[in-house]
Design a protein around this ligand. Structure first.
Ligand code: MN
Length: 244
């Protein structure tokens, strides 16, 4: 079988130095690349661009799209003003990823979003984001969602919706996941449904209810999958869907 090519939208950073102040870098943490290679796919990094023709060519080259973690999504993207606890943003990356998501989906190719990836996926289709977990209503978002270390360790539990695509991949309804997010989903985009919840009402995964696989998880399976076969199955299922 030909291995599917999985496009990866890279993270961005500014690497300041005396010689090159404000220098921008597109990067991918190797766990994302390994999660694809370990589970049957070939990763292809797709550098940030706002050139529509380049994005169209990217989509021709890939069989599916993986969105990585990183910056907060800029609040204007989902129609809100910035609140004090908003973290760093990169509006250029937001615009690129939204165009890439839409072009990939229009070509009937699957999309998997991880951490920031689930947030940009939600914002792309009209959903909103709590700019900090502390902005959730009283009594919600009370678990530790920024664990700070031990990335392969599941810090809080999630309950997965039976019958969802995510449940099919993971093969179980209850699991402990790692947690490295200070923002979290608020209103779920039209055409999507929550498919994993933490006990404090934080939405930990969403997937499309319409045609075509578009799935996002708030945790970081790529940092668990080498020691956790359940998380590896998430990538295995996604890569297999991209191969179809
Ligand atoms: Mn969490």
């Amino acid at each position: 079988m030909t291995k599917p090519m999985i496009g990866i939208a890279p993270g961005t950073m500014v690497v300041d130095s005396q010689m090159f102040p404000g220098r921008k870098r597109d990067y991918v943490n190797r766990e994302f690349l390994q999660s694809i290679t370990d589970n049957g796919g070939i990763p292809l990094v797709l550098p940030v661009t706002l050139d529509e023709a380049a994005i169209a060519r990217y989509v021709q080259l890939i069989d599916g799209l993986l969105l990585c973690g990183g910056h907060d999504v800029a609040p204007f993207t989902y129609g809100e003003e910035a609140q004090p606890k908003l973290g760093g943003i990169d509006p250029e990356r937001d615009a690129y990823e939204i165009a890439l998501i839409k072009a990939t989906h229009a070509a009937h190719k699957p999309v998997l979003g991880i951490c920031r990836g689930v947030q940009i996926l939600n914002a792309c289709y009209g959903g909103t984001i709590y700019q900090d977990v502390s902005y959730m209503p009283a009594g919600q978002g009370t678990l530790k969602h920024m664990q700070g270390q031990l990335a392969a360790y599941g810090m809080h539990n999630v309950t997965v919706t039976p019958g969802s695509t995510l449940a099919g991949y993971l093969g179980q309804m209850h699991l402990a996941v790692n947690s490295f997010h200070h923002q979290t989903l608020h209103k779920v985009a039209p055409g999507f449904k929550p498919v994993a919840m933490a006990s404090d009402q934080v939405i930990e995964a969403i997937e499309s209810t319409t045609d075509g696989l578009q799935l996002g998880v708030q945790w970081h399976p790529e940092m668990m999958q080498q020691s956790d076969s359940v998380e590896a199955q998430l990538f295995g299922g996604f890569v297999a869907a991209c191969a179809q």
